[in-house]
Design a binder for this molecule. Structure first.
Ligand code: SAH
Length: 276
């Protein structure tokens, strides 16, 4: 099964051509993108003084385009235990309402998963934040190249674009791949590369990845993902457990081998093979 790839940004942007060429310099961050310390790189959000007001309704007239709605979502995430300032900041930057149908837009900042078409869902903000926090755990800096399996509507890829140097995101449903491309056009994220194909095979041209994240869960972690993970890299994915339930699994690839940790129960859409 071949994979086709297209950058997410609009035509005319400075971005890799087709096919994406990974030059020997692909891993070198540009000066403007270089992040040495997460707290330096991300605009601090006014968390402290705003948290006590969490229960208050938004002032009348505050629309979805207002930063206030996202700040409130971020405050809630922090209250729920998300600690990573870079993750909170990235979640505060991305307008989630642009990724869901207009009819659902008013629920976009609630802690709920939402349908995105073709039977798929966008994960709730808390789950996105939790997985990204796990992905970055122990790494004070921007991630290098990241592979996302399950682009869906493109929301998580947009958040990842603020946390990683390059994001390769793969989707097996053409309809959603196209939708994500449309959704992301507005954001002009030159470091997000959308791929159409079966993510079970990973994307070997972008490997090795500093991190791999999956938004769909299978019976096991596909071996290609482990192969394509860099030594020192981390993979976070839902996976079926013995009882037929799903749990979040973290895999660390070290010089000594693979370390797998099974965490809390989750409910993701199934990881399927082939394209449609
Ligand atoms: N991160 C997404 C969540 C999408 S839901 C977002 O922010 O919207 C998970 C997605 O995984 C679905 O769109 C589903 O089609 C996709 N998927 C399932 N199996 C896949 C596979 N083998 N390769 C690529 N995508 C897959």
């Amino acid at each position: 099964m071949s994979v086709t790839e297209r950058p997410a940004a609009a035509a005319g942007d400075k971005r890799p051509g087709f096919p994406v060429r990974l030059s020997p310099h692909a891993g070198v961050p540009s000066a403007s993108k270089k992040i040495t310390n997460a707290s330096d790189a991300f605009k601090p959000l006014p968390l402290k003084h705003a948290v006590p007001g969490l229960q208050k309704p938004l002032p009348a007239g505050v629309g979805l385009d207002s930063q206030a709605v996202r700040t409130r979502m971020v405050e809630k995430l922090a209250k729920q235990g998300v600690r990573d300032a870079a993750v909170l900041s990235a979640m505060g930057l991305v307008e989630r309402h642009r990724f869901v149908d207009t009819a659902l837009a008013n629920q976009a900042y609630e802690d709920t998963s939402l349908p995105i078409g073709l039977g798929q869902t966008i994960s709730k903000p808390n789950v996105v934040a939790r997985m990204l926090e796990l992905l970055r755990e122990g790494k004070g800096e921007q991630l290098g190249r990241v592979l996302e399996i399950g682009t869906g509507c493109g929301y998580q890829a947009a958040v990842l674009s603020h946390l990683a140097r390059e994001v390769y995101s793969i989707e097996r449903l053409r309809g959603l791949h196209e939708k994500a491309r449309e959704n992301l056009r507005h954001f002009r994220l030159a470091n997000v590369h959308l791929l159409f194909g079966d993510g079970m095979a990973g994307f070997v041209k972008g490997a090795p990845y500093a991190a791999i994240i999956a938004a769909a869960g299978g019976e096991a972690i596909p071996p290609a993902w482990i192969d394509q993970l860099a030594v020192g890299g981390r993979l976070v994915a839902p996976m079926q457990t013995a009882g037929g339930q799903q749990a979040l699994v973290v895999i660390d690839k070290t010089a000594q081998g693979i370390r797998q940790t099974v965490l809390e129960a989750v409910h993701f859409v199934p990881l399927k093979s082939g394209t449609n």
